[in-house]
Design a protein. Structure first.
Length: 60
């Protein structure tokens, strides 16, 4: 395998900012606190809201 451009592994450890559409809570979560999924070659990050318990999605 030949690497054409090295990736930035620090991006995998970043804190993400979330916004809950149910209660309006805005919060940040570290890598171990949110889930990352992939669909149609796009990555999505979700985390349980600490206020209401519904799933919130990361802001773009």
């Amino acid at each position: 395998m030949k690497i054409l451009k090295e990736g930035n592994l620090e991006l995998l450890k970043q804190t993400k900012r979330f916004s809950c559409s149910y209660c309006g809570c805005e919060f940040e979560a570290d890598k171990g606190e949110y889930k990352t999924t992939n669909q149609y070659n796009e990555y999505y990050h979700s985390c349980k809201c600490p206020c209401c318990g519904h799933y919130a999605h990361a802001e773009a």
